[in-house]
Write a protein that binds this ligand. Structure first.
Ligand code: ATP
Length: 357
């Protein structure tokens, strides 16, 4: 186990920077998710750490030991890492026990020690009953657990996971998130986990690194990233939100057209123009009239329902403010206003978050 430190890491493909001056520390024994949209550089970062490609610039240290720096790079097999790919890459001609044992044979461990370690990891991964089967005789989730067992049995310093659940169906994916977290809690290997799925990141990670255009956008715990996004990109990418653009008119007030928002949270952008994020479920439908025009009150607005959808446990509304700005709001089932109906909305200041960029 070891702390992984990336310092000013860069990788270009032609003109485009896939990883752009990325600096990041992944704490010893923690599970860190690299999360971001397709093409933001997650997999490239992971491959640089694994040693499958060399960076154009920057340094990678594992446990204080330099594994990559300009002009010098350790090959993957000397980095004490295990990597799991989307495809699992189990050897089809070997049983599950054989697959798991293989890495220990390469390391020339004696037979008794190999058997002991294989039995222990198969037990933890709930695979003991399936040890004599071949990969094609296993379900996708079982194959994924076998791939995890094979990666863990060699006791790597660092575990690298590249979208490990993307080949599984939705139900199994959900179950396997908890499984990965359970195995992490058992072994505590420093883990870097690449995903574009925010629920997967929030379930498994100690720390989420949100990436955008090859750079780090924000680093924090799942709660931090969700509750305290610093940029419009993070607020939109994690959890979905309404973004209102406006002008600061003193104190914590932002004029957003039909709506003036007192922002009880966040850090406004440096200039006069700023953006405010308000989550869908934080906006409330209220009874009574709303003053408009010059008499309007902060954090209140009238709106007309444009669209409404019943989603089982709540309703999802799209409403338009007086000036045409559209807002998405979720409401309890009891709030049932037809399309065209007028509603009154309240935007609680403590949930109005001014964004730094
Ligand atoms: P995804 O979630 O779709 O896998 P990602 O965030 O992992 O995306 P990367 O695979 O790291 O993104 O790619 C980052 C950028 O680098 C993309 O624009 C991609 O097209 C480009 N890229 C990646 N590998 C290569 C390559 N071998 N040659 C040229 N361009 C590449």
């Amino acid at each position: 186990m070891a702390v992984v430190e990336l310092q000013s890491l860069s990788k270009r493909f032609g003109e485009a920077a896939a990883v752009d001056d990325l600096t990041l520390t992944i704490e010893h024994g923690s599970l860190c998710c690299l999360l971001g949209p397709s093409g933001c550089g997650k997999t490239t970062t992971l491959r640089l750490v694994a040693g499958f490609m060399d960076p154009d610039g920057g340094t990678i240290r594992v446990g204080g030991r330099i594994v990559s720096e300009p002009g010098r790079s350790l090959p993957p097999e000397r980095r004490r890492m295990s990597m799991i790919f989307q495809s699992y890459a189990l050897w089809p001609h070997m049983t599950i026990a054989g697959n798991v044992e293989y890495g220990l044979k390469l390391r020339r461990l004696d037979r008794a020690e190999r058997e002991r370690r294989v039995a222990a990891i198969l037990d933890v991964a709930h695979l003991t009953e399936l040890a004599r089967r071949y990969p094609h005789e296993l379900s996708g989730g079982q194959q994924q657990r076998a791939a995890l067992a094979r990666a863990l049995v060699v006791e790597p310093e660092t575990l690298l996971l590249d979208e490990p659940l993307s080949n599984l169906d939705a139900n199994l994916r959900e179950e396997m998130r908890f499984e990965i977290r359970r195995l992490h809690d058992t072994y505590k290997y420093t883990t870097i986990y690449v995903t574009h799925d925010q629920a997967e990141a929030m379930t498994t990670a100690d720390t989420i690194v949100v990436m955008n255009l090859g750079r780090v956008e924000q680093v924090g715990s799942p709660e931090d990233i969700y509750q305290r996004p610093r940029s419009e990109f993070v607020a939109r990418f994690i959890g979905g939100t309404n973004i209102f653009r406006g002008r600061r008119i003193g104190g914590d007030l932002v004029d957003c057209g039909a709506l003036v928002l007192r922002c009880g949270a966040g850090e406004p952008a440096a200039g006069e123009e700023t953006a405010v994020s308000v989550r869908l479920h934080d906006i409330a439908f209220v009874e009574g009239d709303v003053a408009t025009g010059a008499d309007r009150q902060p954090n209140e607005a009238a709106a007309r329902v444009v669209r409404q959808a019943y989603l089982g446990s709540y309703r999802d509304y799209l409403v338009a403010l007086e000036d045409g700005q559209q807002v998405r709001v979720t409401a309890p089932l009891g709030v049932n206003v037809p399309v065209g109906g007028v509603v009154r909305l309240r935007f609680p200041p403590e949930h109005c978050r001014a964004l730094a960029s």
